[in-house]
Structures are given as C-alpha cells and as structure tokens.
Write a new protein. Structure first.
Length: 268
C-alpha cells in the first residue's frame, strides 16, 4: 500500500524507478529528501500590466517612427503610392494572420509587423490627406483614436459594457463578416466591379462608421484579454501578443476615422 505521506511517496517513486536506499549514500538521500518541491513560475515570469504597457509602447513607437519616415520620404502623392499602399496592407495582413493564428510572441516578429504597419499608415495618411486637401485630418484622426480608446477603457473598467461570452461571440462574428465583405470588395475592385465598401463614397462612409464601432468593441476584447491573462498568470512573453492585438485594433480604428474625415472633407 502506498503511503500518503509526501516523504514516503517520494521514496516510493525513487524505488519504482530502480533506486533504493541500499544503493545510495546517506548524503544523496538527505539531499533528495530536503530538496524543495516545485513552486511553480515566479512572479517575474508572469505577465503584468506594466509588461503590456511597455510592449505596446514599443510597438506603437516603432509604428509611429516608420509612419513619419514614410510620410516625409515618400514625396508628393503619385500613382505609385497606391501600389505601395496595397502592398504594405497585404504584407501586414499576411504577417498579422501568422502572428494571430500561431500565437507568436517573438519580439522581432511583432516589431517587424509594427514597422510594416507603419509604412501602411504613413502612406494611407498621405493619400487620404491629399484626397481631402487637408493635412490636418491626420492629427484629428490621431486625437479621435486616443479619445475613443480612453472612452472604451473607461467603459470597460466601470463595466458600462460587460465583456461576456455572448458579447465576444457577437464581436468576433461581426468582425469576421466585416472583414469578408471588405475582402470581397477588394477582389471585385481588381476587376472593376467594386461595390465601394472600402472606397471614399457614400457606402464607404457607412462601412467606415461600422468599422469604427467594431474597432471600439474589439478594444474591449483586447482589454479583457490582458485582464484574463494577468489573472491566469500567463507567461510574461504573452505581453507581446497583447501588444500586437492592441496595435492591430488601434491601427484599424485610426484608419477608419481618417477615412471618415477624408470622405467628409473631400466633398468640400
């Protein structure tokens, strides 16, 4: 009969593995009996809010620096800018899918994604501000993104909107549906049959407003992911994945706000 005493159970485990007191020195036995039991990961190995804030600052900092450089080095808007814009969007999308599906937490990969998104944001900002004839819409979109993010964080913290399982399913389903419609519109646009979901017309304005709402809801999911990860003792490297999610959502929110401003100003 196996004893429930942890010391005797350790002895039984040694004997079942082929060890016995007769084949080991008293010093070896004493070291084994006195060895501390496994205490689990230390607090240094667990994700904290400070980790998430620091990693997000690094990804957004990289994105902003690259976007600013792209803006100033790309020169006046030309036809070639549209090709580069689409290319950066597709590369960023592909890399984002890999990171999201494989749960990549490698800092180099995530910072590379931030740099690619920086090129996309810089080009999109320049093209849309040129369309509107007003460089000021970029700063307005930045301020709008900051205000919307702060408002969603406040609503999350004060539980104005509760992130329940039903809410998550709704947001994920709506986001996937929105993305599929935009992708179908993009593919049709290659053949000259776009229905304007990602354009700068009336339907584009409707889709941009829906996009802002969905991006705000996705911020709630990002905040919940961070809270759940901290509560569950997720490894510190998951802070990079949380920073990736926040970066994706903030870029989406910024672009949709910028598109709304460009559409409204473009008709002046």
């Amino acid at each position: 009969m196996q004893s429930k005493n942890p010391v005797f159970r350790r002895r039984d485990a040694f004997q079942s593995a082929g060890y016995s007191a007769s084949s080991m020195s008293s010093e070896q036995l004493r070291e084994m009996y006195e060895a501390p039991s496994y205490a689990g990961p230390t607090s240094r190995d667990r994700m904290t809010l400070d980790d998430v804030v620091a990693r997000t600052a690094m990804t957004l900092g990289t994105l902003i620096v690259v976007a600013a450089a792209t803006w100033y080095l790309s020169g006046p808007v030309q036809a070639s800018h549209f090709g580069l814009l689409i290319g950066a969007a597709l590369v960023g999308m592909g890399l984002g899918f890999v990171i999201g599906l494989k749960h990549v937490t490698n800092p180099a990969v995530i910072l590379t994604y931030a740099a690619v998104e920086g090129v996309f944001v810089g080009l999109a900002s320049k093209v849309l501000s040129a369309y509107a004839g007003d460089d000021g819409i970029v700063m307005q979109a930045v301020l709008g993104t900051m205000c919307a993010s702060a408002a969603m964080l406040a609503m999350y913290k004060f539980k104005v909107i509760r992130v329940t399982a039903k809410f998550k399913r709704f947001v994920v389903a709506a986001t996937l549906g929105f993305f599929l419609l935009v992708m179908v519109n993009f593919v049709l646009g290659l053949f000259g049959a776009s229905f304007g979901a990602s354009g700068l017309g009336g339907l584009g304005l409707v889709f941009a407003i829906i996009g802002v709402a969905l991006a705000c809801f996705n911020l709630m999911l990002d905040f919940d992911y961070v809270d759940q990860g901290i509560a569950a003792g997720a490894p510190s490297k998951d802070a990079w994945f949380a920073a990736f999610g926040l970066t994706v959502t903030l870029v989406w929110l910024y672009i949709e706000l910028l598109r709304i401003l460009a559409i409204l100003r473009g008709g002046d």
